[in-house]
Design a protein around this ligand. Sequence first.
Ligand code: HSE
Length: 309
Amino acid sequence: MNEIKIFSPATIANLSCGFDVLGVCLDNIGDEMVVRKSSQRGVRITRIEGADLPLETERNVSGVAALALLEEVDTDFGFEIEIYKKIKAGSGIGSSAASSAGAVFGINALLGHPFSAKELVKFAMQGEKLASGSAHADNVAPALLGGFTLVRSYDPLDIIKIESPSEIYATVIHPQIELKTSDARSVLKQHITLKSAITQWGNVGGLVAGLYTHDYELIGRSLHDEIVEPIRSVLIPGFDRIKKTAKDQGALGSGISGSGPSIFALSRGKETADKVAHAMCAVYDEINLPYEIHVSKINDDGIKILSTQ
Ligand code: HSE
């Protein structure tokens, strides 16, 4: 195989209670990338469409992730990467993660799979580090593994893929403002009270248990965040109204997608997810704020191969 074309999906990180540890992979929103072998050693980004991003390897998240992988293997050839961005930067649905994960997935495939999907996470995290200053794995893990994922530990890295029911759909509304992850992280407090921690880890456990046991009520009441959401939500126009509307329309729960400004809701079944989408749009229509809306089933496979040569 000399060339691979892939679909690299958008992801929702945090899922309210699981800041930096929980994430889920979306199905119909994502970038396309082409990775091909080249006789010239190293990594070159040869084309970027759909976004104004640096072509220089060391300044591009996919380039940095690719270089991290290549530090651990010996090859006498190199790689070219083409990126066709559909996920907007600063949208909160894992734009940098899609590029980072896609690059290492493509190179790993062209090398004959020396690494497992879980092993690729640490390379893709280097792209996240370049993008936001923090090597968080809660977007790249679901992009690479599919479904819902939990980062049980960062040191050593321990990623768990969580079994989940097939009826869950995500609704994501993206108000057309850009919120940099680094900025959305800089406003956070470095210390929390024991009381908040107890609430938060109770909900993380509840969400994971609800996913495994297909207990939708439990999933819904666990989608709660009293540490990060109260601080970040003030940066997102109409957040409280969108969240309330989602619940009123039957969503299991709702919160900030990743570091925002996108807002997500999880619902049982597509019909409810569509109703939630409709109602969310009405809120932004009323305040005249442009947005993009997505309804997606959960993508259990992660990155998909579109073609190979
Ligand atoms: N966990 C990260 C954050 C996700 O919330 O900053 C960024 O997409």
